[in-house]
Ligand binder design. Structure first.
Ligand code: C5P
Length: 332
């Protein structure tokens, strides 16, 4: 009990100071804890999302296969699909491999590459993969199995619809859809495309790059090993070019060198694996006699026609489907 008011007041002040001190300490402690929790939350958000949702925001992601040995032996996350100014210098080994695909040419690749990026966009597109992204893609091949499939609305529901070579939509909408965000071509397979479609060139040879430049400038190249269109309708701002190193990677890692070089369709499928989170594949597969038939024409193509290992490509496609890396729609 307090007898003297001064000492009593002193004690009260001491107590009050202690109380203020401990309250401040508590507040600082709480602020510290909250900051740690917020930081942990922010830094672990991507990890949490990965654990909860996998490698992307879709319910199933291509990259969920990253622990699969078969997939890891083939998929190289560091291989750049697109040619940019920064990665346009080719190693000697790559240049020699690429030259072997083409007939002898005296064209100076370095000069052509410099011209390319003075004319076309030089962007590193699609490098935004992460746990917050769910980019769905439809790869639409040209197989006759699309006839009567009624896949049109399903194909159009994808974020990206990647079509190949001449594969038309007009008159076939119910089966193949009408949306085209990307069309993969080479000079000999080029067709007109609308303003919103990305023209994606596969440069099988240096002349293909010169043809692309010519299409948007002088329009003077009308022949490669066969007559080609000197001009096509396409948006220059939407042009993309696959990297020759990407073609080598598809041929060596994915196809184990089966065939001389991969088919446009198979290159497109692997391109989609690299830029999409979910890949649906339509219009792949030969007919019952093993012919590469088309949904838009009657004449038949030999399945292993030309230089592609068609059967091996299809086996890899089926394996990817079985492992749930892609979803293959086999058609009618
Ligand atoms: O015939 P084209 O090369 O234009 O077809 C595009 C792609 O579709 C081919 O490169 C091939 O990968 C695929 N395709 C297929 N089965 C077919 C026709 C084409 O797998 N019957």
């Amino acid at each position: 009990m307090c007898i003297c008011p001064h000492s009593c007041a002193g004690l009260k002040r001491e107590d009050a100071e202690k109380m203020v001190y401990s309250a401040t300490k508590r507040r600082r402690y709480i602020t510290f804890c909250v900051s740690v929790i917020v930081c942990l939350f922010i830094f672990s958000r991507s990890l949490t999302q990965r654990l909860m949702f996998g490698e992307c925001a879709c319910h199933q992601c291509v990259m969920d296969l990253r622990h699969d040995t078969w997939f890891r032996q083939r998929f190289s996350p560091h291989t750049q699909p697109l040619l940019t100014k920064k990665n346009s210098v080719l190693s000697k080994a790559l240049y020699l491999w690429w030259q072997k695909l083409q007939f002898k040419s005296k064209v100076n690749y370095t000069m052509v590459a410099e011209m390319l990026f003075a004319i076309f966009p030089n962007e590193e597109d699609y490098s935004d993969a992460g746990p917050g992204r769910c980019r769905t893609c439809a790869v639409v091949g040209n197989s006759g199995n699309l006839k009567k499939s009624r896949y049109g609305p399903l194909i159009d529901a994808h974020d990206l619809v990647i079509r190949i070579n001449k594969g038309p939509t007009a008159g076939f909408e119910q089966d193949v859809g009408s949306k085209t965000t990307h069309r993969i071509i080479y000079p000999e397979s080029a067709v007109d495309m609308d303003n919103s479609t990305h023209l994606v060139l596969i440069p099988f040879k240096t002349l293909d790059l010169q043809w692309l430049i010519s299409v948007f400038t002088s329009k003077h190249i009308d022949r490669t090993y066969t007559p080609v269109k000197p001009a096509i309708k396409a948006n220059r701002e939407k042009v993309m070019i696959l990297h020759p190193g990407f073609l080598k990677y598809v041929q060596e890692r994915w196809l184990q060198k089966h065939g001389r070089y991969p088919s446009t369709g198979f290159i497109t499928l692997i391109f989609a694996l690299h830029i999409c989170d979910q890949v649906s594949v339509f219009g792949f597969g030969a007919d019952e006699s093993g012919n590469w038939h088309h949904y838009f024409e009657e004449n038949k193509h030999n399945r292993n026609a030309g230089n592609h290992g068609g059967s091996y490509e299809y086996r890899i496609t089926l394996t990817l489907h079985e492992k749930k890396g892609i979803r293959l729609y086999k058609g009618w």
